[in-house]
Design a protein around this ligand. Structure first.
Ligand code: ADP
Ligand code: ADP
Length: 231
């Protein structure tokens, strides 16, 4: 799915250069569930943004489904993201002015689908995530766990092969976090590749491999667990 070769990212602000990633070499295969962990400032978000084609690396190669995309333009990256990647964020990133239904249907609006087809797909996804009864509510009227389920529904509505999650349980209590992690685990079992940044060792237990970053370098990469290890 993704491979990086000597991936580097530098930021320059006010003539001060920060190397956020140093020569990162990684390979993430189809169907994996990978957790990225490490202390604050070690480069996790930078890495996730590059793997998610939100940003380009400064040096190095980045292969996405076999194509070297390291120097893709914003337009080329956006096209690849739209069909291949669903994003889930700590802060949910829902649009407050839109209802649950309207938030979830957003990624479909750019596709040429009939309104009946859109309604069908949104309804099926809402039912799967148990939020159908809230379809006409606005994000502010929902609990954090419900908002994250809406965000996950939006992320999977186009059935992307890859989901990137940045601290998906960061704003949730532990019971709700477990529900969200179980959802991600189910999606992974159904074949979706998942790459998740987390501070939570409990969340990381749901993954099959942990990549630890330290000062912009991959420090340890655990071997893949043989099977999904649910408690
Ligand atoms: P993490 O997600 O692990 O907290 P980040 O990827 O956000 O780490 O940041 C890695 C390093 O890059 C930090 O030193 C951070 O200050 C720096 N950094 C991140 N984004 C920017 C930016 N847009 N401009 C300048 N420096 C940045
Ligand atoms: P946090 O790390 O606090 O959870 P977010 O997950 O909200 O922060 O955002 C992580 C990164 O992804 C930020 O650099 C942000 O600009 C970018 N981002 C957030 N939402 C979107 C979006 N809907 N589309 C593209 N990029 C986004």
């Amino acid at each position: 799915m993704i491979k990086t070769v000597n991936l580097q990212k530098k930021y320059t602000t006010d003539e001060v250069e920060t190397t956020a990633l140093h020569r990162v070499n990684l390979e993430i295969k189809d169907g994996e569930f990978v957790a990225i962990m490490g202390p604050s400032g070690c480069g996790k978000s930078t890495l996730l943004n590059i793997l998610g084609l939100l940003d380009n690396p400064t040096y190095g190669e980045l292969y996405f489904q076999g194509q070297n995309v390291a120097n893709y333009s914003e337009k080329q990256r956006a096209d690849l993201r739209k069909t291949n990647i669903g994003f889930v964020f700590q802060s949910f990133n829902l649009i407050e002015e839109l209802t649950v239904f309207e938030n979830i249907e957003l990624p479909l609006i750019y596709q040429k689908l009939s309104s009946a087809e859109i309604r069908n797909r949104v309804t099926t996804t809402m039912e799967k995530l148990q939020i159908a009864h809230r379809h006409h509510h606005f994000p502010q009227q929902l609990s954090g766990g419900q908002q994250q389920r809406v965000a996950i529904a939006r992320a999977i509505i186009c059935s992307p092969p890859l989901i990137l999650a940045d601290e998906p349980t960061g704003n949730l209590d532990s019971a709700t976090s477990q529900e969200v992690m179980n959802l991600l685990a189910e999606l992974n079992e159904a074949g979706t590749t998942i790459i998740m940044v987390t501070h939570s060792p409990t969340d990381a237990e749901y993954s099959r491999r942990i990549i630890r970053l330290f000062d912009g370098k991959v420090r340890t990469e655990n071997t893949q667990k043989p099977a999904y290890a649910k408690e």
